[in-house]
Ligand binder design. Structure first.
Ligand code: ZN
Length: 701
């Protein structure tokens, strides 16, 4: 650091503790060239000390040390530094190489007050001092070095820290599950850079839409709210257990009202099958293809925002407290994370409660069942939220739309019998662990029941529950013991069985695969969200490689730079798509320029196969003789040709993995006079030839 002779920077000195002749104005030392004059002024005219001293404070330059400072007890040295807009931090250091104890006071006021300054560094031992002011205001800061005791050989430095300028992405090179991002730095010095690549198809976690407040009418007794007597299909039951164990409950299918088959049998909509958002899906209403693509990368969690509608009667029946809903959310997330102590199957799907909509409406409370649509007047954007309605659910415990038949429709969502909502041991008989909602969410994410209502023991990707790792099962299990109608013991532990709540505790890996597939293909532009849809990596320079990405998905990447002053603005966004390296795609001939006995071919390749192109080659033939040439650039000149003869030319490109297929052929003829004609004529000519060639190709195929 530059050392500047102290004499030229020694500021005004004054001794606050010593006054002359009782006038109250500080006497000043005579160690600078104005000293004598100011003593005279001070003695004679009584000019206020502050004005004089402020004028005489010495300017500091950012980062430039002022050395050899010394003073005796009580003496002050005053400096200032001007802080420009955008400064993140002002750091003032005072290094004392000798004995003594100077103190630092830094403030926008002059003189900096000895109590209440923006920063004051008062170390008892007489050691070096440091003052740090974060986010200083724009303008002048005064720095007073006050000698608590005499000192010498001190060094004062004021440093302004600002974040670096935003970098610029120059290139993104795809790799297998990764993107290598090259960039150029912005202004200033950066200590590190961070690249972030975001999958825009994944939404950010559901934001809480409003403070959830229970209505003032919430003083219902729990007896009324959960009403112990049950009425279903005209029959009354004394309590939940009697209802759950009745023939009606089993034979009328009151455990779950979800219809699993096709759009026409969807309970909530008379909808047609939903077209997958991403084209052909691996998980239609009638088949599943288990794919590694639907295994969530480690650490990635899909988050789904949940919008509750609590529909209750005027007398309080059906009222579900906020606390019960929050308990329900906890167990829902626990079961989906495989974190219930029994399951080891983490679905990597989680849920965020964003709103509770309390609606007192006796009519909506008596659920209209599958075809009814009245309550959907309450619906929150089905393209954004998982709507959960609680009411009497028409006598069943719950029902849901399958994404393959209901995603995004007006009635898309889940209807729950209100008593099932809650945490563990919530009091609702055999279904008191909050797992009815877990089961219905399984449907909502595309799962069928583990058993087969079609009445056979099919276990395939096109029959039964459309997956293999749940055993074939003929009939629903209503208790806690597996059945063996199809031979192997049924999956009593599976959430998609009809087991009682304390017997079911897990999904299978293929169920998770189908759920993720359903999200990606039917709900990814709507509900799917992720707490980690952004993947980042840091380094000290370009390039930086971000890993853990999914091949084939487009990621929006940007770069920031950081130093002690903070973090820059983000660079512009550049999109990259990871993919396994491959040979380049088939190039095209963008243009042919004719020359004397030669043709020059300009080559365009859209996908380099995630590797750099290592060579370009061209071949031209008149039908009997073939001429070839190569180049390291996308411009290849084939020579040795005969003027006026038509040559059919094609090109290919290579990378480290090999060569592309040959391009479509384009016909052209070398002409000695070619270079004297405007290029557009040749361009048009090439286009005309290309058109002819294309149509010939089509005709031959
Ligand atoms: Zn079900």
């Amino acid at each position: 650091m530059t050392r500047i002779p102290s004499a030229s920077f020694t500021p005004w000195r004054h001794r606050a503790k010593l006054s002359l002749r009782g006038c109250g104005i500080a006497a000043r030392s005579v160690s600078n060239r104005f000293g004598v004059l100011f003593i005279l002024l001070a003695l004679g005219a009584g000019i206020p000390q502050a004005l004089q001293a402020q004028d005489e404070a010495i300017a500091l330059s950012n980062g430039v040390a002022v050395s050899n400072l010394s003073a005796t007890t009580g003496e002050s040295l005053d400096y200032y530094i001007d802080v420009p807009a955008g400064t993140q931090k002002l750091t003032v250091t005072l290094g004392v190489n000798d004995n003594g104890d100077p103190d630092l006071y830094v403030d926008t006021r002059f003189p900096p007050p000895t109590t209440g300054a923006a920063c004051q560094s008062v170390l008892a031992g007489g050691n070096s001092e440091t003052c740090v002011i974060n986010s200083p205001t724009t303008g002048r800061y005064y720095i007073r070095v006050l000698a608590y005791s005499s000192y010498s050989d001190a060094v004062l430095t004021a440093t302004l820290s600002s974040p670096p300028g935003a970098p610029t992405i120059s290139q993104i090179t795809p790799g297998d599950g990764s993107l290598q991002v090259a960039f150029s730095p912005g202004a200033g010095t950066a200590n590190s850079y961070t690249v972030s690549c975001e999958d825009p198809s994944m939404r950010s976690p559901g934001e809480v839409l409003a403070f959830v407040t229970e209505p003032e009418t919430a003083g219902f007794s729990s007896a009324v709210m959960q009403r112990s007597s049950e009425e279903a299909r005209g029959q009354r039951f004394d309590n939940a257990k009697a209802f759950h164990t009745s023939d009606l409950f089993a034979k009328a299918g009151l455990r779950c009202g979800t219809m699993e088959y096709n759009g026409a049998r969807s309970p909530m909509l008379n909808s047609s099958p939903v077209v997958p958002l991403r084209g052909a899906a691996d998980c239609t209403a009638t088949q599943t293809t288990i794919s590694a693509e639907h295994v969530q990368p480690a650490g990635q969690v899909v988050r789904i925002p949940v919008y509750f509608h609590v529909i209750y009667k005027a007398d309080g029946e059906g009222y579900v407290s906020e606390a019960r809903i929050r308990d329900q959310m906890v167990v829902l997330n626990e079961d989906f994370a495989g974190a219930n102590g029994l399951s080891t199957q983490d679905t990597a799907i989680q849920f965020d409660l964003v709103y509770i909509n309390y609606v007192q409406n006796d009519y909506y409370f008596a659920d209209e069942g599958a075809g009814g649509i009245d309550k959907y007047a309450l619906t929150a954007d089905t393209e954004r939220y998982m709507n959960v309605y609680t009411n009497d659910a028409g006598g069943v415990l719950g029902y849901a739309t399958l994404p393959q038949s209901g995603a995004g429709g007006a009635g898309d969502g889940i209807v729950m019998r209100h008593q099932t909502i809650g945490g563990r041991n919530n009091g609702y008989g055999s279904y008191d662990e909050g797992r009815t909602l877990v089961h219905e969410v399984g449907h909502y994410l595309g799962l069928r029941h583990t058993f087969n209502p079609e009445g056979d023991c099919t276990n395939s990707y096109t029959g039964g529950d459309l997956i293999l790792d749940t055993p074939a099962q003929l009939n629903a299990d209503y208790g806690s013991r597996p059945s063996t109608d199809c031979g192997p013991a049924s999956a009593i532990e599976n959430f998609m069985n009809y087991s009682v709540d304390d017997a079911m505790y897990t999904f299978t890996s293929e169920q998770v695969n189908r759920m993720t597939c359903s999200l990606v293909n039917y709900r990814s532009n709507t509900y799917a969200s992720s707490s980690s849809n952004t993947f980042s990596a840091s380094g000290t320079g370009s390039p930086i490689t971000v890993v853990g990405l999914t091949n084939g998905r487009a990621y929006n990447c940007s770069v920031t730079a950081t130093n002690s002053g903070g973090t820059s603005a983000a660079s512009g966004v550049v999109t990259g798509t990871p993919g396994a390296p491959d040979v380049p795609t088939t190039p095209v001939i963008a243009r042919i320029d004719t020359g004397d006995g030669e043709l020059n071919l300009s080559i365009t390749v859209t996908d380099t196969g995630a590797l750099a192109i290592t060579g370009y080659s061209a071949t031209c033939t008149d039908g009997t003789r073939t001429f070839s040439a190569t180049s390291a650039t996308p411009s290849v000149t084939v020579t040795g040709l005969t003027n006026g003869v038509a040559y059919s030319c094609s090109v290919s490109v290579s990378n480290a993995l090999g060569s592309s297929e040959s391009s479509a052929a384009v016909t052209s003829s070398p002409e000695p006079s070619a270079t004297t004609l405007p290029l557009w004529i040749f361009y048009e000519g090439v286009r005309a030839n290309a058109d002819v060639t294309d149509s010939e190709d089509e005709g031959s195929e």
